[in-house]
Design a protein around this ligand. Sequence first.
Ligand code: NAD
Ligand code: MG
Length: 395
Amino acid sequence: MNKIRHLTILGSTGSIGESTLDVVSRHPDLFNVIALTANHSVEKMRTQCHRFKPRFAVMLSADCADQLAQSLKQDHLDTQVLSGVESLEKVAALQEVDIVMAAIVGAAGIRPTFAAAKAGKLVLLANKETLVMAGRIFMDMVKEYGATLLPIDSEHNAIHQSLPHDFDGNMENKGIRRILLTASGGPFRKAPLNTLKHVTPEQACAHPNWDMGRKISVDSATMMNKGLEVIEAHWLFNAAPENIQVVIHPQSVIHSMVEYIDGSVLAQLGNPDMRTPIAHAMGFPERIESGVTSLDMFKVAHLDFEKPDFGRFPCLRLAYLALEAGGNMPAVLNAANEIAVESFLDKKIPFTAIPDMIEHVMLESKQETMQSLGDVLEIDRSARELARDWLCTLS
Ligand code: NAD
Ligand code: MG
């Protein structure tokens, strides 16, 4: 790379945000941080501002922004502190920014991610919820405004690496038969079904292979994460649901595969460390060091594969249903899931009620089409309301 790349990191204090900054810190000659954003981790943001000296730091609430501004002033740092969703949108669209890492968790990421696409940025997409909620509208916007999209989700990044370089969204033309989307199966792959009712948030967040934020960790335990990723793959690669096969692969060494009509199956392998897909996308099309250790094949020794069981993982079935129904249903699924996960983490519902809540909200929502981001936000709002109403009926 001969030109320094200027970067905004949305969600810099999260798991993906911190891994991104780790990659940045290995390449001070290649990347310059313009803006960092967070929800309410003031102390973490303060430390990041010291280290990376961004021009802007955005906190979601004005209170957190005030606290941060005061401490940065004491430290004589001239980072400008902003607050609110509009400021998230602003730093995602700044003229001097080349790359936007979209790593806010959940539906909260959609507005700034849209702003980055509308500004024609290179968007590194970790926030899969944007594609789940608004796949068609978002992909059209990326095209219309000349943005470039590179997937950060390890599976989609692996698929991107295993597809032909000139892949244009037509699987048949390129001799591609199907996508094999790998999944670890999470911490409860083998747990007796009658114990799932009693699992705690701590157990659900203890992922066997990946160290991630709490929301995606619960999604991995229910396999809703894989359901969201099926929808993500559908939009990113224009793949029909029947051409996306989920494969449980407990070691998480193969990050996904692409099967061609001649029988070839191309895979991307590596240690389960998000710095690999992050570095791949940040350096693209060149390769840069990520800090990830070499894959020790002798230690891995063997790779296992299993078929997913919809009985054990009803969330995965619901995600396929939402994708097949189309229109607003994936956005409804996503909103209901966010409320269900939050309720489980707050110990208001048992783990096994997560799919019950989502199914209820999907059944109560009527099928609609969506034309704009405004429509998507309205669907999101009403599905959350239905989920909260259902929660009230429990108490
Ligand atoms: P996390 O919870 O660790 O971090 C989330 C970040 O978003 C934090 O910086 C937080 O301050 C910010 N944030 C949260 N709520 C916000 C709000 N309402 N407004 C503004 N900012 C807000 O999450 P994570 O694990 O880093 O995941 C981030 C995204 O990346 C998710 O969409 C997840 O699905 C995706 N992803 C994560 C991993 C992983 O390994 N962690 C892997 C693949 C994809
Ligand atoms: Mg993933």
